[in-house]
Design a protein around this ligand. Structure first.
Ligand code: FA5
Length: 348
């Protein structure tokens, strides 16, 4: 076969194939064109390949090149047709029907525990009053939990029945400070007042900090007590700090978190590390619930951390975070926080 005839027939077939793929309106038409032109047994390209054998020997290289060009062009036309139909959207799909209007399966997102949310909000409120966050360990030594807070070894607050002592752990007392009991025992801290000491030991006055975290006491769980709970501790030491400052800060704090309709009252009380001391109650249903303890930092405590009580004075307070959260959300039992009942937790 002359080369010119071979290439003319090949070009005509290539043009026909390209037109067929370009005009194919659906997957069936593409498949029909594929079989017609690229079919392995009787496709037109296969037939043209047979004609290659009839071309004169000298013309074979040129004829082979034409053939390969045509083959590649037809395959490209097939690929383009398939792509065009795939991009054409749902109406061209041949798979199972897809109903975009069927509601999906909702994704249930987790969120922070209500007590964690409360802690973040309390930090925010106190931050606006100029208090910065300080931290301390939950496993404490007796110096920070008791002695530096003016709680001597004979004090009933140190009774093993009132605390979670860690019997096997031994702690070195801070340099130069020996425990009067000579038993450098560790315990789970029973109050965040420990952080007051840790901060004052390291920082010269003035200080204005809050500390929030877990504390542990072997209390029997009831509606307002739990063996593990959270406290927010506040400490402000500066020149000329008075009880009036303490009351102002606590009133501002309470109304910011609990709303302006909350009433708080101060009752005279006793803490070994504050003098005078008060207990702070918040209005609760028709009565009152204790929110925390507070007072003016005892001069002995200021001395124990190297401050001069003639130069500076300070106030401190420690409030129950769970009880604040309970009052805010009208939760009448502290145990709800720790049952891990998702129906309860999801409400916050
Ligand atoms: C103290 O812990 C003192 N450290 C507070 C303090 C700090 C006084 C600074 C003076 C200066 P108290 O033991 O009263 O005080 O506890 C404070 C608050 O923690 C209580 O008013 C209550 O709101 C909360 N609380 C105490 N025990 C529990 C408990 N078992 N479960 C839940 N909340 C509790």
């Amino acid at each position: 076969m002359p080369l010119a005839e071979f290439t003319a027939e090949l070009s005509a077939m290539r043009a026909a194939a390209e037109a067929a793929f370009a005009s194919a309106a659906d997957a069936d038409a593409v498949e029909a064109a594929r079989i017609e032109f690229l079919g392995a047994k009787a496709g037109k390209l296969r037939e043209a390949q047979k004609g290659l054998g009839a071309v004169a020997k000298d013309d074979k290289p040129a004829a082979g090149k034409h053939f390969n060009d045509a083959k590649q062009a037809i395959e490209a036309a097939l690929a383009a047709a398939q792509e065009r139909l795939n991009a054409g959207g749902a109406k061209q799909r041949t798979g199972p029907a897809f109903d975009a209007t069927v509601p999906g399966t909702p994704l249930v997102l987790g969120h922070l525990h209500p007590i964690t949310q409360t802690i973040e909000e309390l930090k925010d409120i106190m931050g606006r009053l100029g208090f910065v966050v300080a931290d301390g360990p939950e496993i404490e030594d007796e110096w920070h939990n008791f002695e530096a807070l003016n709680i001597p070894p004979s004090h009933p607050a140190r009774d093993p029945l009132e605390n979670f002592y860690l019997s096997t752990a031994k702690a070195a007392n801070p340099a130069g400070k020996t425990s009067a009991t000579n038993e450098p025992t560790l315990l789970l801290r029973s109050q965040t007042s420990t952080v007051q000491i840790r901060v004052m030991e390291k920082t010269p006055p003035p200080v204005r900090i809050i500390a929030l975290g877990r504390v542990y006491r072997p209390d029997t769980a009831d509606a307002t007590h739990y063996p593990m709970f959270h406290q927010i501790e506040g400490l402000l030491v500066d020149r000329h700090v008075t009880m009036a400052d303490l009351k102002t800060v606590l009133r501002l704090f309470a109304s910011s978190y609990l709303g302006s309709d909350v009433h708080i009252r101060f009752r005279p009380s006793f803490f070994p590390f504050t003098e005078p001391s008060v207990e702070v109650d918040m209005s609760w249903n028709d009565g009152w619930l204790e929110m925390g303890g507070a007072g003016m930092v005892d001069p002995h405590v200021l001395q124990a951390v190297g401050y001069d009580p003639d130069e500076v004075s300070g106030f401190a307070f420690g409030l129950g975070v769970e009880r604040l959260c309970m009052r805010r959300h009208a939760i009448d039992d502290i145990r709800e926080f720790y049952k891990n009942d998702v129906r309860f937790l999801q409400q916050f």
